[in-house]
Ligand binder design. Structure first.
Ligand code: KG4
Ligand code: ZN
Length: 344
């Protein structure tokens, strides 16, 4: 399974994406549109996102099929993220996928978006060696911040997660306070290169605490207190750089501590995997590389285009689910009756 390439759709947040993979996982075509309409609001506006998915998806799907050199009738299955995420976008993607599957009389696979991030590192070619189970996944994006023990296909154990903001959300909010554009993470990292990470003594929330939950809102408040004295006057560039560097270091320290705990909470993992947009951060990557080395396992982060929201990972997760069903002698899955679930 499936009996032909799979077309997958991703629409759970502000990326509209389609991809087609061969049954073995070769990427035949992939397209992503990062919706720009949200920048003016400094964050994703759910209603705008849903309408944009609706406007963009039909043409994007058509272009993806064209780019693959296939016709719709060559497809063996259709997949879509059906949660967790913003419900409007999920409904658009799931119904588009189901409609196409029904019209073509092919199976529809409902993919959990987190599962797709979790399995993305196993996509052929991402890691030199095949990543076997169990592995430890750190998922850090604008919407998610959690550690998962990935024990097998369909077997995920949440070791801990954020109790307030996601890591990327914290980066974005702080960047906004510093007057940087959105999304703020990459701009904050660039500015931090010119600053001193020891300039401000920011707290390290939950550091040393049992478990592997995360908290970032205290850090955000601490930073707000530092810029208060400047009122409406512009923050000197050097201060903004020191604040960026100190904040980024605090986030990386906290995540390093939490991931160390996560290692102790599961059967020794074969690999440490990071996914999500924040996994692009160089300081964080250095911390994670260090922890992995301490535990004598490789550190793998998929390339950025697979770390941020995309449809290749959705297609790959659907393929993994199909392959697993075939291995167990179960029929090819068909999830036409599955409804989108914002908090799946
Ligand atoms: O995975 P993603 O594209 O979207 C979802 O949230 O699902 O992640 C985007 C997030 C944003 O919050 C962005 O600021 C953050 O990832 N980000 C970074 C960096 N690049 C992206 N945060 C810190 N450092 C970066 N280099
Ligand atoms: Zn995501």
């Amino acid at each position: 399974y499936p009996r032909g390439p799979i077309l997958a759709i991703e629409s759970s947040c502000d990326e509209t994406a389609c991809a087609i993979l061969s049954p073995e996982g070769e990427v035949l075509a992939e397209k992503v549109i990062s919706q720009e309409a949200h920048a003016a609001f400094g964050g994703v506006v759910p209603e705008i996102a849903a309408r944009a998915h609706l406007a963009l998806l039909p043409d994007l799907a058509r272009k993806t099929v064209e780019a693959s050199g296939l016709t719709l009738h060559d497809l063996g299955a259709v997949a879509a993220s059906t949660g967790p995420g913003l419900i409007g976008g999920l409904i658009v993607g799931a119904n588009f996928g189901k409609g196409l599957a029904i019209a073509l009389d092919k199976p529809f696979i409902a993919v959990n978006h987190i599962e797709a991030h979790a399995l993305s590192a196993r996509l052929p070619g991402v890691s030199k060696k095949n990543i076997s189970f169990p592995f430890l996944l750190l998922l850090v994006s604008g919407g998610h911040c959690q550690c998962l023990a990935v024990e097998g296909i369909g077997r995920y154990r949440r070791l801990g997660g954020t109790i307030d903001d996601a890591a990327g959300e914290a980066f974005d909010k702080v960047a906004k306070m510093l007057g940087l554009g959105w999304p703020g993470g990459p701009q904050l990292e660039a500015l931090a290169k010119k600053g001193n990470p020891a300039a401000f003594a920011f707290p390290r929330p939950l550091k040393g605490r049992a478990g592997c939950d995360f908290s970032f809102s205290g850090l955000k408040t601490a930073l707000a207190r530092q810029i208060e004295p400047y009122g409406n006057t512009a923050l000197p560039r050097s201060v903004a750089a020191d604040l960026s560097a100190s904040f980024q270091q605090a986030v990386a320290d906290v995540i390093e501590d939490r991931v160390r705990h996560a290692f102790a909470m599961m059967e020794p993992p074969t690999t440490l995997v990071a996914a999500g947009g924040v996994a692009a951060n160089g300081v964080l990557r250095a911390s994670l590389t260090r922890i992995a080395a301490e535990h004598d396992v490789p550190f793998v982060a998929p390339p950025l285009r697979l770390c941020t929201d995309n449809a290749v990972m959705v297609a790959w997760a659907a393929l993994e689910v199909c392959h697993e069903a075939a291995r167990r002698g179960l029929p090819m899955p068909d999830d036409r009756a599955v409804r989108p679930r914002p908090r799946w």
